[in-house]
Write a protein that binds this ligand. Structure first.
Ligand code: ARG
Length: 464
């Protein structure tokens, strides 16, 4: 059996390949987070009043300068993670040691890959989540705008997809917006859970050195450190599952919106029109304008749900402490975040370009759509509701077509077509947007201070 020499000794080639799995590719996406986490770690080490110091101030500056260089090289596509690196953590240590010699060999003091990968994933998720929350709120605001523009456009309300009662385009669109608003609450919950720093937990049992975990957390812009070092390491996987659960909720909202648009933009309905450039064609049927985007949103919702299930599957029954199983929660998290964000962004384009057709919407109002309203009118005149129901049911053929616009104008109570509360919805969505941009600004400012360059631009400062 051939053996491969790694930073941590020789490993059988086949075992190395199997255990490394997809990490060399996946971990490239964590390069930025790994360098930032390492910069905070060495800054903390250099701040400790020890004699001899673990790292001196100027040494810290050289390490951080080299990390900025690695970040820039990474953005230029010039960093690769090899199988003998195993993962991004040892690739960065190898690159630092190549640039800085013996100094590079000091950076791993008082940490382990277990807290390192945990902090990388939390930094990655933090950055991804505030961007996602901002974009979900932007999509929801587009839906509110659509609702405003079509507030008094009647649309048949359906249950079981069958015609039910008079509804409106405004009602439909703002329902989708409120759905997404609630998703942001879950995303923010996941954000808060994720916003605690595991760094310094090392293998999960702490280190016999007086490290300052509060300082590391602060340097990285986290709200606070995870307190218990064992919990810091074994909360990995559960945090991922919580984030993915919020992503699934978001994808469910998108998938319902997508499915409604697929149905109601069919020529047989024609309520909505998706502009041609957002549809795809057929290689044989020249007339086709297919809503492929919406179909893929529907399918990708299922995939994100499967990614959540995959993480829960890996986690269930795991013993305490670090277990290599945890590596398998990485791909579902990264993929779930990427898929959800891309889906939200593409749906915002679609909603922004969506057209409604008033005539087609009105054509859907056959007299039976007013049956329940008629029964309720009789009840308002004093007839017991059940008698009114029976009466209307017995005389369905005599139902007169009513005016759909008048019908929705009469629904004036909270949340009904004539009282959608769009201003309140907009206000809540503005608050969400404010949260997301404050979170982003705080994080980027912290990283910029730490690295001594503008972040995320990586401009200014000096590189060694
Ligand atoms: N690639 C590994 C992971 O994702 C890094 C941590 C390895 N730690 C270890 N004790 N083998 O979990």
């Amino acid at each position: 059996m051939t053996k491969r020499n790694t930073l941590v000794g020789e490993i059988d080639e086949a075992v190395l390949a199997y255990t490394v799995g997809d990490d060399p590719a996946l971990d490239l996406r964590l390069l930025e987070a790994d360098c930032i986490g390492t910069a905070a770690h060495v800054t903390m080490l250099a701040s400790l009043p020890l004699d001899p110091p673990l790292l001196r101030g100027p040494e810290r500056d050289r390490v951080v300068g080299a990390l900025v260089g690695i970040l820039r090289a990474g953005r230029a596509g010039k960093v690769t993670i090899t199988a003998s690196d195993q993962d991004v953590h040892m690739a960065v240590e190898r690159l630092l040691t190549a640039r800085l010699g013996a100094l590079g060999k000091r950076v791993h003091t008082a940490r382990s890959r277990n807290d390192q990968v945990a902090v990388d994933l939390r930094l990655f998720a933090k950055d991804a989540l505030h961007a996602l929350i901002a974009d979900v709120s932007a999509l929801a605001r587009r839906l509110v705008l659509f609702a405003r523009r079509h507030a008094d456009w009647p649309m048949v309300g359906r249950t079981h997809l069958q015609p039910g009662m008079p509804g409106s385009v405004g009602l439909w669109a703002s329902a989708c917006a409120e759905d997404l608003l609630e998703d942001t609450a879950l995303l923010r919950g996941a954000y808060a859970l994720n916003d605690r720093c595991p760094l310094g937990a090392a293998a999960g049992y702490g280190v016999p050195l007086p490290i300052d975990r509060r300082l590391t957390a602060r340097l990285l812009g986290f709200a606070e450190p995870v307190t218990n070092v064992l919990h810091a390491v074994q909360s990995r996987g559960k945090v991922e599952a919580a984030i993915l659960a919020a992503l699934v909720q978001t994808m469910l909202s998108l998938s319902r919106l997508a499915e409604d648009l697929i149905i109601f933009s069919m020529p047989e309905f024609g309520y909505f029109r998706i502009p041609g450039q957002l549809c795809t064609g057929s290689s044989i049927m020249p007339q086709k304008r297919n809503p492929d985007v919406l179909e893929l949103v529907r399918a990708r919702c299922a995939r994100v749900a499967a990614q959540h299930a995959a993480v829960v599957g890996v986690m269930h029954g795991l013993p305490g402490g670090y277990n290599r199983d945890l590596q398998e929660t990485k791909a579902p998290l990264l993929e779930g975040l990427r898929t959800t964000h891309a889906s939200v962004a593409v749906m915002a384009r679609l909603v922004g370009a969506l057209k409604a057709d008033r005539r087609a919407l009105l054509a859907g109002f056959r007299p039976e759509v007013f049956a329940a309203d008629r029964a309720l009118a009789l009840a308002a005149e004093g007839m017991p509701f059940r008698d009114a129901y029976r009466h209307v049911r017995a005389h369905l053929d005599d139902l007169a077509a009513a005016d759909p616009e008048e019908a929705i104008a009469r629904k004036t109570h909270l949340g009904a077509p004539a009282c959608l509360g769009l201003d309140e919805l907009d206000g809540r969505l503005r608050e969400v947007k404010g949260f997301a941009s404050r979170a982003r600004r705080r994080y980027y400012a912290a990283v910029g201070r730490l690295l001594g360059v503008k972040y995320p631009a990586l401009t200014g400062g000096s590189e060694s």
